[in-house]
Structures are given as C-alpha cells and as structure tokens.
Design a protein around this ligand. Structure first.
Ligand SMILES: [Zn+2]
Ligand SMILES: [Zn+2]
Length: 338
C-alpha cells in the first residue's frame, strides 16, 4: 500500500509498504480522510522518528473486521480513538486512556503506524461507528474536536463567561466554538497572523480579535473585560503566548494550557498569586468526550466543514505540511485522502 513516512527534518516521503492484515487483536480499516494535526507538524520539524507513518485523526471504512466480526461488518463507516491503552494501569481503569502509563508503547501516528496510509490497524475497542449522514471529513474532525472539548471542560466554561483563546490554529478555533456552545457571553481571540485573525472572526464563534504582536495587547485585553478574562485557553505554545494568556486572565480565572511547547517557559508568577489564577494542563480526551463530538458533529451542532481548507492525496502531504507551517498562510486544516 502507499503511505507517507517521515524521512528527515521537515521532509516526508511517499513510500510503498506491505498492506497490514487484521490480526487476533486488531481489525483493518480502509482510511478515507486523515487530518493533518499541529502535533504532526512538530514531529515533522524534529524529523524523527525516521520511517514513522504519522496521522491520528481520521475517518474510514471497515476493510476486515477481524476479531470483531460480531460488532463490525465490512464497509461500515468509522472513526477511531488513536490509542491502544493497556487497560490495566490505574488510569486505564478510570478510562483516562490519554494518561495510560504505557500510552507511548503503541500510540498510532506517534510511536506506531498511523493513518497517512491506505490502511490502518485498529484495536476494536477504540473504533466508533459514525452515522451515514456524517462525511469522512467530519469523521476525521472528531479527534481534534475532542481535544478542544476536553480543554473547555477543564476550563469549566459557564454561561456568561468571558473567554480568551490565544492562537487561531484548529484547536484554538474549536475551543472558541465549544466555548460558544457552552454559553460564553464574550469570546476573544489573539493571533499574530492577520489573515488568520480575519478568518477566525468570519467563522462566527469569536466576537473580537486582537493582534498578538501589539505591544499594548495586555492593556487592551484587560480593558475589554474590565480587568481580565474568566477562562483563557492557550492554544499556541510559544512563551509570549503563554505569558499573554496568564496576563490577560482576571481574578479567580482559569488558564488552560493546550498548546505544545517542548521548552521551559518563564511566567510572571506574581500575577498568578495576586489574581489567584488557576493554571491547568489539558491533553487528549476521555472516550465520552470523543463520543460527544461524534454526536455534536453529526447533528451539525458543532460545524466542522468550515475549517477544512483543502483535501490532498498522499503525494500532496509534504506540500500541505509546508502550507500549514507558513507563518503568513491562513490554512488551518488540510485533509489527506489516501
Ligand atoms: Zn492531533
Ligand atoms: Zn494503561
């Protein structure tokens, strides 16, 4: 089968590899659409591990139900929680699969083969049917939607809250959408890239956008909220974004860190003290949150089609990564059709 693998720093390669077969424990899925995730871009930058097939957000059809013949039939439309938790550790027992102590041993698209490929082997327990009315693009949007839903749950957004989203990548946009669904009265977004700011505003979940590079940003954000936001979602990662998220949060507010940064980030702890700000990390999602996203997307209560900029073949993945990585570009989500 054809697939795309990491070849080196910022370099992907179209490869021919053996088509996997269903096993005693895994069923075979024909991949229809795979979303390119921001975390894939980080791995692409690092250029490692060489040979890895990334891709962890996707929709497809059952090619061979293998060990799950009683549960799935060939041709059924599905999406997958991209994890193979051990089911034994204390976190798995609480269904916190993203916290599984053996998570990295078999994390599809991160440590084991993912869905930038024609076929994918899945643990049947992680496979979810999607309704006929749901498109494959929508199926592939369930996973990132669940990442944002988790963050908004941890931020405990309440009706009337004033919410700030830092960064208008797909997770930032989805956090804004979930905050709106949760009843936020005012949703603001800060972003460096002017075309992305415009786009975020046009999607309709955001009331106001701010230039993240404006030296008066904090002043403006505090003025807009009469002293600071109730809930802030940091969805960018760089130090200035984290610092601005904390700086714009008001008394008793919560900052949820969703963005990825591999380095240390200095923060002004005095503001955290004096404002009694709660800082929370968010990673992954629960199976319930994943299923909630299937339901919301299927009912069009969460509209995800608007976020998809383009659909490319496996031979277009390298170029799609370059587009998504362009600091001046406005693409937020590109899908792959293997
Ligand atoms: Zn992802
Ligand atoms: Zn576990």
């Amino acid at each position: 089968m054809k697939a795309v693998a990491i070849e080196g720093k910022c370099q992907l390669k179209l490869i021919d590899t053996d088509q996997p077969q269903a096993t005693d424990s895994k069923l075979l899925i024909k991949v229809e659409r795979t979303g390119i995730c921001g975390s894939d871009i980080h791995m692409w930058h690092n250029g490692a591990p060489v040979g890895l097939i990334m891709g962890h957000e996707f929709g497809g059809t059952i090619a061979d139900p293998g060990p799950a013949k009683d549960k799935f039939t060939a041709g059924e439309r599905v999406t997958v929680l991209p994890a193979n938790p051990c089911m034994e550790c204390k976190y798995c027992q609480q269904r916190l699969y993203a916290a599984c102590v053996n998570y990295m041993a078999d994390a599809p698209g991160i440590s084991t083969p993912g869905a930038y490929a024609e076929y994918f082997l899945a643990n049947p327990m992680m496979v979810r049917k999607i309704p006929d009315a749901m498109s494959m693009e929508q199926g592939a949007m369930v996973e990132p939607s669940a990442v944002a839903l988790r963050a908004v749950h941890l931020g405990n957004v309440q009706p009337g809250d004033r919410v700030l989203v830092v960064g208008s990548g797909i997770i930032g946009l989805l956090c804004a959408a979930w905050a709106r669904i949760s009843g936020a009265a005012y949703v603001a977004l800060s972003e460096l890239n002017p075309s992305r700011r415009e786009k975020a505003l046009a999607f309709g979940d955001v009331d106001e956008v701010f230039d993240a590079g404006d030296p008066k940003l904090q002043k403006k954000l505090l003025k807009a909220t009469d002293g600071g936001f109730d809930k802030t979602f940091e969805c960018a990662g760089p130090a200035p974004a984290v610092q601005s998220a904390i700086g714009a949060t008001g008394y008793g507010g919560t900052v949820v860190l969703v963005g990825v940064n591999y380095d240390m980030v200095p923060i002004y702890t005095m503001r955290v003290n004096m404002r009694e700000i709660m800082i929370k990390g968010s990673y992954g999602y629960s199976p319930e949150e994943f299923d909630t996203c299937i339901d919301y997307i299927a009912r069009q209560a969460l509209k995800t089609d608007r976020f998809v900029d383009d659909i490319v073949g496996l031979d277009g993945v390298q170029n799609a990564f370059e587009r998504l990585n362009d600091p001046k570009g406005d693409a937020v989500k590109i899908m792959v059709k293997p």
